[in-house]
Ligand binder design. Structure first.
Ligand code: AMP
Ligand code: ZN
Length: 115
């Protein structure tokens, strides 16, 4: 989609520090990391927010989670653990309107979800 920051990253119009890519999924380092490891995982299909997901996206979202596991092994933080966050809409604090999954790790994040 035009005027979508993450679609521009997918097309290579805006540079990113890529961690993983296949036909359906792209992962890159967050430009403003909130933890020592902060990776964003996005579908290549433009979906604005979690509430726009439909039945046909179920396999894609499943693939995102298995890809997160793959990335955790590839980057060496699978054993230590990590957190996955997906913000949705105004109250969720979503700033970029292309669904994305934050992988946070590299230190003990503690039990609180809000940071
Ligand atoms: P959210 O608040 O969940 O919408 O998260 C958007 C995330 O995108 C934030 O953590 C930003 O730091 C990150 N971000 C914004 N622009 C870029 C960029 N050009 N490259 C990588 N990450 C970005
Ligand atoms: Zn997009």
């Amino acid at each position: 989609m035009e005027d979508c920051l993450f679609c521009k990253i997918i097309k290579g119009e805006i540079p990113s520090s890529k961690v993983y890519e296949d036909d359906d999924v792209l992962a890159f380092h967050d430009i403003n990391p909130a933890a020592p490891i902060h990776i964003l995982v996005i579908p290549k299909k433009h979906i604005s927010k979690l509430t726009d997901l439909s039945k046909e996206d179920e396999a894609l979202i499943g693939k995102i989670y298995t890809t997160i596991n793959k990335i955790a092994v590839q980057e060496g933080f699978s054993e230590d653990g990590f957190r996955v966050i997906a913000n949705c809409g105004k109250n969720g604090g979503q700033e970029v309107m292309h669904i994305h999954f934050h992988i946070l790790g590299g230190r003990e994040l503690g039990p609180k979800i809000i940071h």
